[in-house]
Design a protein around this ligand. Structure first.
Ligand code: DGJ
Length: 743
């Protein structure tokens, strides 16, 4: 791995064993993009990749020639209006109304390791050898604004982390109205664009289309990364698939408004960018001040989508997530939400917890409704003290009682919100995000606290820290149930209103950071009406996230499958719930509910006492299984095998690093009758090893790794319906988990 700078050609080559990234100072002093892809040799001069030609109806930069047009050049961090007409990576509004800029190369720094980004989540290194960083300094002489392009290449991953820092060295203030985290001009448009989109209850569905001339984009303007789109997209060659071919993944480590966009121009150049959504954004860059963009990570794989995902999984699990819970086995939890909703007493909770303990649960989580006057949606948010009528011993007493049962105790918060029916709102009505003189829209009767203001964050911190200090709390579920409307802060003047969405997220990160630092033992799980803020920004503070409010085992296959393109299994909160399912009214076998949730941060979302004794026995077995294999499931290499978006089956597997163990999850949606003989091709095993297969504790034969990968594992099921058999009959939403142990 390294970063090479050639003084004579002004070329930069970032490389490791697998990938290369090339750029160069162009004739106009700006940075040109040459290549991103599979590793290529270090060569003296790749200048031929700067392709400039005469083209009709173009504009040219130099007075005495007709070829140097930014419209035709592949650039590193482009601006609009000086011969390039495509969407720019940056825009700066100046006091005379101009938005024209010209950032030229000044100098650079190369160093080992990676520095933290102030106030923002980012990937990190644990030793200097793990990565090299390049800081490219560019300056606009007229404005006296400096821009630093940051690039970190990881030694062992096909990944480059990028971000940009602006610094105003001049004497005048500017409005930064666009500052993407990453821009990449690719030389052709032969890609499928794959996005992860949906809504509440159906987050991160895989959606694919071919790139076309023009702009294709996804984004969020809701103040959160959103249920609707995820700050992650892929560009895939049409011939590539899960196991072979060229794929690039682009991920933004950020939890607020974002834009991911590909613009294909008439010469088939694809300009890919990702960053804070420029819509409504402007940052007042006063003299002497800096602005740091969030970090974006781009991953290149020549071996298909699984390999790209595995890179993101390793990076996000081990070099984005932090703290003691990063590597610790996650507790099997039981959350009371779907068991009681708001209807509980201390006695009822203790009963539920006791049953859970009997079956092997390790952590009891009390969800919404425990504080102030909160007995429904309309009141109490903002007042984080226990409702002593419901919980006579308070959270302190309840948490101690739960610990006395031999369980850990976890608690739900929604710290960013307030109901108008609350003491907090009555005291500080100006602390909500709202526009003076305008109607204040609500969501679930709640309003968003103005986290762009430090005094608001301080106040909330003190309240929550008090409870955490006095009670035995091992886990926090951090919920967020509405998006921002009428965005405006009473704490800032007119010239700063375009900053509020971003300042809000900085306030959120600050609160998370303070709580992480003060209470390092607590495991955080983020949540936003399910998976409305499942993004890498929050994984930095909370290593797991409630993947979706939809706990139906069939729907969850799609949601977890889609989520797995960027996010590790260990980050996906996944619970077994009661049937008929509360979101879909569907009944699926308990076994399948357990088998789907096993590929996540596992738990239950029901009162186990409502199950039959046979079901309770199955729950006990599920918990034993999860405890035995959770380490492997969370840290193993994850492969998607069959997609629920493409057929009646879902299959995925994890393989341990030493390839000695593997676990396959195989799920059928609707039962089918008298169908073909089926084989499932496994991946990632050792060719030569003999693997013993186990299903529900029963041996299912021994096979070479190469047999299971090349011939496939026979999965023909007992769906003929007619013939007697001692096999378990198949049903709708049927599933199997097969454990492989090498000899
Ligand atoms: C939305 C979450 O996604 C649910 O799990 C639950 O915590 C409710 N909020 C509580 O209001």
């Amino acid at each position: 791995m390294g970063i090479i700078f050639s003084e004579s050609t002004k070329e930069f080559h970032l490389y490791n064993d697998k990938i290369s990234y090339l750029m160069r100072v162009m004739g106009n002093g700006q940075m040109g993009q040459l290549y991103f892809g599979k590793r290529i040799p270090q060569k003296k001069d790749y200048g031929y990749l700067i392709e400039n030609r005469y083209r009709p109806v173009s504009s040219y930069m130099f007075d005495d020639e007709y070829s140097f047009s930014l419209e035709h050049l592949k650039q590193e961090y482009p601006s609009y209006g000086t011969s390039d007409y495509r969407m720019p990576a940056l825009e700066i509004l100046q006091s005379n109304g101009s938005r024209i800029t010209n950032f030229q190369y000044v100098s650079h720094k190369i160093y080992q390791g990676k520095l933290a980004l102030k106030g923002l989540p980012a990937t990190y290194t644990e030793s200097e050898e793990e990565a090299d960083t390049l800081e490219l300094l560019l300056r606009d002489e007229l404005l006296q604004v400096e821009m630093t392009l940051l690039y970190t290449i990881f030694q062992k991953e096909n990944a480059i982390a990028r971000s940009v820092r602006f610094e105003n060295k001049g004497g005048e203030a500017y409005q930064l109205t666009r500052a993407m985290s990453l821009s990449l001009d690719l030389p052709d448009d032969e890609y499928e664009w794959i996005q992860f989109s949906g809504a509440w209850g159906r987050e991160r569905y895989v959606k694919t289309r071919m790139l076309q001339q023009g702009i294709q984009s996804v984004g969020s303007t809701r103040g959160a990364s959103s249920h609707h789109h995820n700050p992650f997209v892929m560009l895939k060659r049409p011939t590539a698939d899960e196991f072979q071919g060229e794929v690039m993944g682009f991920s933004l480590i950020y939890s607020g408004n974002f834009l991911a966009q590909a613009e294909v121009d008439t010469y088939k150049v694809t300009r890919m960018m990702i960053g804070i959504h420029p819509f409504g954004f402007s940052w007042c860059l006063e003299p002497g001040q800096e602005f740091q963009t969030p970090e974006a990570v781009m991953v290149y794989s020549a071996e298909g989508m699984n390999s790209m995902s595995q890179t993101f999984h390793r990076l996000f699990r081990t070099r984005l997530a932090r703290g003691i819970w990063r590597d610790k086995e996650r507790p099997v939890l039981l959350n009371n939400w779907e068991a009681t909703y708001f209807d509980f007493t201390e006695e009822k909770l203790i009963k539920i917890a006791k049953t859970a303990k009997e079956d092997g649960v390790e952590l009891f989580v009390l969800d919404d409704g425990w504080f102030s006057t909160r007995c429904g949606e309309t009141s109490g948010l903002g007042d984080w003290w226990p409702n002593m009528e419901r919980l006579p011993r308070g959270i302190k007493g309840l948490s101690e009682a739960i610990e006395d049962l031999g369980l850990k105790f976890g608690l739900w918060f929604e710290l960013e919100m307030v109901n108008k029916d609350s003491e907090l709102y009555r005291k500080h009505p100006d602390w909500i995000i709202h526009t003076p003189g305008r109607h204040e829209s609500h969501g679930r009767k709640q309003y968003v606290l103005d986290f762009s203001r430090k005094e608001v964050v301080d106040y909330i911190y003190e309240m929550v820290a008090k409870i955490l200090r006095e009670s035995k709390i091992s886990y926090i579920k951090w919920d967020m149930n509405r998006n921002i409307t009428e965005c405006f802060s009473e704490g800032y003047g007119a010239e700063h209103q375009g900053e509020i969405f971003h300042r809000y997220i900085l306030g959120l990160y600050d609160l998370y950071n303070r709580l992480n630092t003060q209470f390092p033992e607590i495991l955080f799980e983020s949540c936003a009406s399910g998976g409305g803020r499942f993004d890498p920004g929050l994984l930095y503070y909370a290593p797991q996230c409630w993947t979706s409010d939809d706990t139906d085992a069939a729907e969850r296959q799609k949601i977890q499958y889609g989520t797995s393109y960027a996010y590790p299994v260990s980050s996906m909160g996944a619970h077994v719930s009661i049937t008929p399912n509360h979101q879909l009214n569907r009944t699926t076998p308990l076994k399948t509910r357990g088998n789907v949730a096993a590929f996540g941060a596992f738990g239950y979302e029901l009162d186990l006492a409502r199950l039959t004794s046979e079901e309770r026995q199955m729950v006990r077995e599920q918990i034993l299984f999860v405890k035995k294999y959770r380490k492997l499931i969370h840290t193993g290499t994850f492969y998607r095998l069959l997609s629920p978006f493409e057929g009646n089956f879902t299959a995925w597997m994890v393989v341990s690093e030493d390839k000695k163990q593997a676990i396959v999850g195989y799920f059928k949606m609707l039962n089918d009758v008298n169908r073909e003989f089926r084989r499932l091709h496994l991946h990632g095993l050792d060719q030569e090893s003999i693997y013993h297969l186990w299903e529900d504790g029963e041996g299912k034969g021994a096979f070479y790794g190469s047999e299971l990968m090349n011939i496939g594992m026979v999965t023909t099921d007992n769906a003929a319906g007619e013939l007697p058999s001692d096999e378990e009959p198949c049903s709708d939403f049927w599933s199997r988990i097969i454990v492989l142990e090498a000899e």
